[in-house]
Design a binder for this molecule. Structure first.
Ligand code: ADP
Ligand code: MG
Length: 165
């Protein structure tokens, strides 16, 4: 993990609305390039698909984005590169993610966003941008949601640095 001034470099935001989540996703959409891999972590309902929808829309994708829980992958065309949306939740029960060849979606000509990437751990590239989404306990203003972003290599660190500006 990248270290800046002796502290782990991590960007943390509170997001009160879907719009705030999707605004961050739209900012990320401006930074991604072919070959980038983004992991979306968090429990069911944390906002992983909502985030992906915001990113897809910012890339000009008009087709409604549905979670590919049964197909594992959905591919969308953008002006400059394909966007791969993976949701491998069902592999958590079935296993066998390693033999599916999903790694072909990473580090190539497209941008990949992955929900439940822990189930295909051995298929993942080294350098990934990790986005942790969490629903925390209710405070007096309502349900508190946070999004944290961290990097695991030079390319994801560059994205994170640009996102923090
Ligand atoms: P996941 O893919 O992580 O299971 P979804 O994105 O499908 O989660 O669902 C998140 C749900 O929470 C959606 O119904 C969305 O409208 C709602 N929601 C409420 N506030 C937010 C927020 N700030 N960010 C993301 N989703 C939110
Ligand atoms: Mg989802």
């Amino acid at each position: 993990m990248p270290v800046k001034n002796g502290i782990l470099d991590i960007m943390r935001l509170t997001v009160n609305t879907v719009e705030e989540t999707q605004t961050l996703a739209a900012r990320l959409a401006k930074l991604v390039q072919p070959g980038d891999t983004i992991l979306l972590n968090g429990d069911l309902g944390a906002g992983k698909t909502t985030f992906t929808q915001g990113l897809a829309r910012a890339l000009g994708i008009r087709r409604p984005l549905k979670s590919p829980t049964f197909t594992l992958v959905r591919e969308y065309r953008t002006e400059n590169f394909p966007l791969y949306h993976l949701d491998v939740y069902r592999l958590g029960e079935e296993g066998g993610g390693d033999e599916l060849g999903l790694a072909e979606y990473f580090g190539g000509e497209g941008v990949a966003l992955i929900e439940w990437s822990e189930f295909i751990q051995s298929e993942l590239p080294q350098d990934v941008l990790i986005i942790d989404l969490a629903r925390l306990d209710q405070d007096e203003t309502g349900l508190l949601r946070t999004i944290s972003v961290r990097a695991t290599g030079p390319r994801s660190e560059a994205i994170l640095a640009a996102l923090e500006k």
